[in-house]
Design a protein around this ligand. Structure first.
Ligand SMILES: [Zn+2]
Length: 275
């Protein structure tokens, strides 16, 4: 945030959209937080305006965290950190899963996570329970520790920050039939009606998944713009239903990679006047 503050002007996503067509001498930067994590409060305490995309069924008031947060929590809390066979994890094969500490990448990006992704809710809950048992996990992190509550989201909105929709359950929208898709969008609308009434309707695709059908459903539901997980800058020619971002992923405090990546984006300091 400090690095950026010297180079950009912070803004919320609705401000940038409203200012389309006007030129600025300083590049503007929108800081977004997906999944409604409480981490957004770190930025607001620094005076940075934020745009938070909250999952309607998994705010801080929910009984359960999102499945992948529970999964990461299990990995974090595992007391048995190596020597687990794939069979014990309900995966095909006779090999052993690598040590969590030595090969975290396998656990975060590998076949087990992909297998969990394909399961239905109930099956996945059972699989996560079994995994927690196999890895000798003690305790769990609650939704209220991870996510902003509805009342906190409302306070953020009243203070000028932006709250946008991120679906009801964080399911990839492209996988859903028309009915389930509209259910996800209706739940987002209901959340925004409650916490950010009369504000511009913004959305962020869970896992970045969208196509022409999803875009059209969202437009009909009253959303005016949406963010993807593609890398890039928002310039005059950007489709407002496919706004790219710069992911702050795999970056540790003191790691200079992401500011360098940001600075190397050809369009970040583009002086092109938006339409
Ligand atoms: Zn998300």
């Amino acid at each position: 945030m400090t690095w950026l503050r010297a180079r950009v002007q912070f803004a919320t996503l609705d401000e940038v959209l409203l200012a389309r067509g006007t030129s600025t001498s300083t590049p503007r930067c929108v800081v977004t937080f997906d999944d409604g994590y409480r981490d957004a409060l770190v930025a607001t305490r620094l005076g940075v305006p934020v745009t938070v995309f909250a999952v309607a069924a998994h705010t801080g008031d929910a009984s359960e965290p999102l499945w992948f947060d529970r999964y990461y929590d299990v990995l974090h809390r595992a007391r048995r950190r190596d020597g687990v066979s794939l069979c014990e994890l309900s995966l095909k094969g006779t090999a052993r899963a690598p040590s969590i500490d030595e090969d975290l990448r396998w656990w975060v990006r590998g076949p087990l996570k992909e297998h969990l992704q394909t399961l239905h809710d109930t099956e996945r809950t059972h699989a996560l329970d079994a995994l927690a048992k196999a890895l000798d996990v003690d305790g769990c992190t609650t939704a209220s520790e991870l996510y902003l509550t509805r009342s906190e989201l409302r306070e953020l909105s009243l203070a000028g920050h932006v709250v946008g929709g991120h679906g009801e359950t964080h399911t990839r929208l492209t996988q859903l039939d028309d009915h389930a898709l509209s259910q996800e969008l209706l739940a987002s609308q209901a959340l925004l009606d409650e916490v950010a009434p009369a504000r511009m309707r913004l959305f962020c695709y869970p896992d970045g998944a969208h196509d022409a059908r999803v875009d059209e459903a969202k437009r009909r539901a009253g959303f005016v713009a949406a963010c993807t997980v593609e890398t890039g800058a928002f310039v005059g020619t950007t489709n407002t239903f496919a706004i790219p971002r710069m992911l702050m992923r795999d970056v540790l405090p003191g790691d200079s990679r992401w500011p360098l990546e940001l600075a190397s984006l050809p369009s970040l300091f583009d002086t092109e006047t938006p339409r």
